[in-house]
Design a protein around this ligand. Structure first.
Ligand code: T1G
Length: 658
């Protein structure tokens, strides 16, 4: 074995130099890896016992891309384009043996090689736009040469992964090998010796019609609201049609470097590392989760059926329970409806649907939950109802089974306290629709046992959710911040802004919907009921805006009622002069003079309200880190990821740190 650097080594096998990248955990292309690869290629080109080369990754990943940790510093030599040019221009054949994920710079390494062979489990992507950047080492020019401009736009501007089978169809890989990948790649490399090598960079770009290119671009950009990278990615891929490679590559590199230093990229990098940090919960390092195979779900309404469907998707056996057999049957058809939708959209096939239904039983008797390892209740959000339910469950489930409540606002500690074993109780706060939304607040109650919390996290991971641990407080992390956002938005109304202006300002910031449009979508009645409950104990000196109460009294309960903060026709929202008049009237009733409020003030105040509430959650120990709060708001409340979340944005607004 020859070592070329700390992370790259090679062995000669039947005249083929097998170059292995071994840089755990994901074989990221650090400076040492780049140096090693360049040295390996130089050795391979000159060594007399080497006729061809294979590049592969150690472990389960080929190469996870550029080393994101190096993004803060100026690029160190050799830069990746230099390494890739050495691969592509090598006199001797170079084959990429793609043993697992080939992402970003990893895929760029692979497509600089002369031939690609992948294991069946490989996934290929240029996910750079998810980090606010574009591929920086030829991806935008070489991929279109392999798959055509429309398909390259689709992959690069969305960052989506292509599984090996699709990569084969698209022409990114030449072959899939389900047996010994390394042996197969060595044989392929040998077979290429003395043949005309395919150098992707110098090959022609397949011709595509303008219509096809435009269609791919608008589809990919439809969801890129406010983000610069996807737009730049499309521009660069388009260049491949008629720009000489060297010129296009230098434009790509220039764009990559500029985006890399942008605020959006900094925010998205923050989100990337925030997601990894969230998974590390202090105190749970050596705690083993309990084994969960059978999940019980009580209440098969909108939320419960969504949770049940998710659990079925994740391979669990599910017992769904409703109050009566009749309601249980309705719940079952609701779940079937969700599975049908997945079938129609091609996410699952008929066999997968049948398999899921086989793992589902529904019943009108709580007793059916005796076999459950974990039960999630998703019944009406009422403390008495939930507490009685948990007390009954105590006598039904095994003593080591876990009980989870999906309450949004109630105190799970008081539910737990009524049970015989409060250590086994935790909160699992799903977001609606549960089969779509990635966020899951995992609520650690006062007495939740560490292995119960660890089980909640393991369950969330298997459900493919993003779990964020939080302590007990009214509304947990998300709804508490959302309440202060709502309060500040209502102050702005009294001060002189109108709903459409406030929504417009927040949509321009990057939210898919402004706050008032969201209130209408969710319905105004739940918040109204809460305000009425709190009325008796509210501090009479605290500022209270009663405009929403008047809307509700007038039956304007939101989109479902056809009117709320806006008027709705065929689902389209329109400004309603009646609402404007009501706002003016309420201001007058309080003797408030409206002043003109700028969009900047709106953003500053609303973002400031979120960050201030976030700071309170941190100081109370409800959230473990500021970045957890950012993830909650991004994944549950539409905060634009490319702004990094309210806590990150507040830090940025303070200016560069010392
Ligand atoms: N650089 C540095 N660290 C990375 C990394 C990377 N690219 N990818 C992962 N890590 C760390 C991560 O922080 C965590 O660390 C550990 O590895 C395990 O990650 C020139 C511009 C590869 C599918 O966007 O999608 O190439 O928390 O928990 O679930 O054009 O990581 O343990 O300390 O996620 O097995 C493009 C991002 C870069 C890939 C593995 N590449 N990574 O998932 O483990 S830009 C990406 C992933 C680029 C070129 C450019 C996933 C994964 P710690 P993990 P996993």
């Amino acid at each position: 074995m020859t070592t070329f650097s700390d992370t790259v080594s090679g062995t000669v096998n039947n005249g083929v130099l097998l170059i292995e990248i071994n840089h755990p955990p994901v074989n990221a292309l650090s400076t040492d890896v780049r140096k090693g690869l360049l040295a390996a290629l130089a050795h391979g080109e000159t060594a007399v016992d080497v006729a061809a080369m294979v590049i592969t990754g150690a472990g389960a990943i080929f190469v996870g891309g550029a080393d994101i940790r190096e993004f803060g510093a100026p690029p160190a030599e050799p830069v990746l384009p230099t390494v890739l040019a050495a691969i592509e221009n090598a006199e001797k054949p170079v084959v990429a043996a793609i043993n697992g994920a080939a992402l970003g710079g990893g895929l760029e390494v692979a497509i600089a090689a002369h031939r690609r062979i992948a294991s069946a489990t490989a996934a290929l992507a240029l996910p750079e736009v998810k980090l606010g950047i574009v591929p920086g080492a030829g991806g935008t020019q070489r991929l279109p040469r392999l798959v055509g401009i429309p398909a390259a736009i689709d992959m690069i501007a969305t960052g989506r992964p292509a599984p090996a089978s699709e990569a084969l169809k698209l022409g990114i890989v030449d072959r899939i090998e389900s047996g010994d990948l390394r042996a197969a790649a060595i044989a392929e490399a040998r077979a290429l010796v003395g043949t005309d090598l395919r150098r992707v960079g110098t090959s022609a770009v397949p011709v595509a019609t303008t219509e096809a290119i435009d269609a791919a671009a608008s589809k990919a950009l439809a969801r890129a609201r406010g983000q610069n990278a996807p737009r730049e990615a499309v521009r660069l891929v388009r260049l491949s049609a008629d720009t000489p490679l060297a010129e296009a590559l230098s434009e790509e590199r220039r764009t990559f470097l500029a985006l890399r230093d942008s605020d959006q990229a900094a925010a998205l990098r923050h989100v990337f590392f925030a997601e990894r940090a969230a998974a590390k919960v202090p105190g749970l390092e050596n705690i083993k989760p309990r084994k969960i195979e059978t999940v019980g779900v009580i209440g098969l309404g909108l939320m419960g059926s969504g949770i049940a469907t998710c659990a079925l998707d994740a391979g669990y056996t599910v017992i769904g329970v409703e109050q009566t057999e009749d309601a249980a049957a309705k719940g079952r058809s609701r779940i079937e409806g969700l599975l049908d939708r997945a079938l129609q959209s091609g996410r699952i096939d008929a066999g997968a649907k049948a398999d899921r239904l086989q793992r589902l039983t529904t019943s009108g008797a709580l007793q059916s939950l005796a076999a459950a390892d974990l039960v999630i209740e998703a019944v009406f959000d009422d403390l008495v109802v939930k507490t009685e339910l948990f007390v009954k469950l105590d006598h039904i489930v095994r003593p080591d089974a876990i009980l989870a409540t999906n309450t949004s606002y109630l105190d799970p500690d008081s539910i737990a306290a009524a049970t015989a074993l409060p250590e086994r109780v935790l909160g699992l706060h799903f977001f609606s629709p549960a089969s779509v939304m990635r966020l899951l607040e995992v609520v650690r109650c006062a007495r939740t046992a560490p292995d119960v919390l660890a089980t909640g996290l393991a369950l969330a991971k298997r459900l493919r959710k993003l779990p964020i641990v939080c302590g007990v407080t009214e509304g947990f992390i998300g709804n508490r911040i959302f309440s202060s956002y709502r309060r500040e938005a209502e102050f702005l109304l009294e001060d002189g802004a109108l709903p459409q202006q406030i929504d417009g300002a927040m949509e321009a910031y990057g939210f898919p919907m402004g706050p008032f449009a969201v209130f209408d979508l969710a319905g105004l009645e739940i918040a109204w009921a809460r305000r009425k409950r709190q009325a008796a104990t509210r501090n009479p000196k605290a500022r209270y805006v009663d405009i929403a109460d008047h809307l509700c009294e007038a039956g304007r309960l939101g989109m479902k009622a056809g009117r709320g903060w806006y008027r709705y026709h065929d689902g389209k929202r329109a400004v309603d002069p009646e609402v404007t008049a009501l706002i003016e009237q309420r201001r007058a009733a309080k003797g408030l003079a409206a002043r003109s409020i700028s969009d900047d003030e709106i953003r500053q105040r609303l973002l400031g309200a979120m960050a201030a509430e976030g700071a309170a959650l941190l100081s109370e120990g409800i959230a473990a880190r500021a970045s957890d709060i950012d993830l909650v708001m991004i994944n549950g409340y539409g905060f634009p990821a490319h702004k990094g979340g309210p806590m990150f944005a507040a830090e940025q607004a303070k200016g560069p740190r010392a």
